[in-house]
Design a binder for this molecule. Structure first.
Ligand SMILES: [Zn+2]
Length: 214
């Protein structure tokens, strides 16, 4: 017998941390949909007989390729997406949520000091817009930009997780964003133990047509 324990404050931290609602009336329904997403991920851990994730605890960077427990988390995310693709009755809403989660994660990563407002990047004429955050739907990202993420704690950064969920989904709603999600994933960099930026492309297999699906 396995037990899934979920601290419901996590849902509100996600909602408020990524600025997902503009009215309190939206909170209850969004909590329920995010809980579906969390439970789908946890079912993935049960399916693969994963042991509980251990907290990494180190605030310094590390090589993501060598950090095996992230592979376990990414595998649970891939399972969650297959589950939602196949069984969720409110898929369109859930994928809409994942697009918001991913795009707001990218925006927060690019403008951490001012999020949810974009930062006024140097060299851009409009002070209310960040040149690093192109206008447009989904997950637009400038061709030469990089998305810096910190990979600390038990689970990979939200930028990585939610973009990858969009990339992996076979649902028509999510597939609209597949190429954008892949571009974001290809631009994710972490700082490794040596202090150098490191691409996570090898971990995420974004060059494969159908990664991580067994
Ligand atoms: Zn997990």
């Amino acid at each position: 017998m396995r037990t899934v324990r979920c601290d419901l404050r996590f849902l509100d931290e996600l909602i408020d941390g990524l600025s997902l609602i503009y009215s309190e009336h939206q909170r209850t329904e969004l909590r329920i949909r995010l809980l579906q997403l969390v439970l789908a991920h946890e079912l993935g851990h049960i399916f693969y007989h994963d042991v509980s994730g251990a907290y990494h605890g180190d605030q310094d960077g590390f090589s993501v390729i060598r950090y095996a427990s992230y592979k376990v988390e990414l595998r649970a995310d891939a399972y969650a997406i297959r589950l939602i693709d196949s069984y969720a009755q409110n898929r369109e809403l859930i994928y809409g949520d994942i697009v918001e989660l991913a795009s707001n994660s990218v925006r927060r990563s690019l403008c951490p000091q001012t999020f949810p407002a974009p930062c006024a990047c140097a060299g851009y004429s409009d002070a209310t817009l960040c040149s690093r955050v192109p206008l447009g739907p989904g997950l637009p990202i400038s061709p030469d930009d990089r998305v810096p993420v910190k990979l600390v704690g038990t689970h990979p950064d939200y930028v990585v997780r939610f973009s990858r969920m969009l990339f992996l989904s076979k649902d028509p709603v999510a597939r609209i964003y597949r190429n954008q999600a892949r571009e974001v994933l290809r631009r994710v960099v972490v700082v490794n133990e040596g202090g150098q930026s490191e691409s996570v492309d090898a971990l995420l297999n974004t060059s494969q047509a159908s990664p991580d699906v067994h």
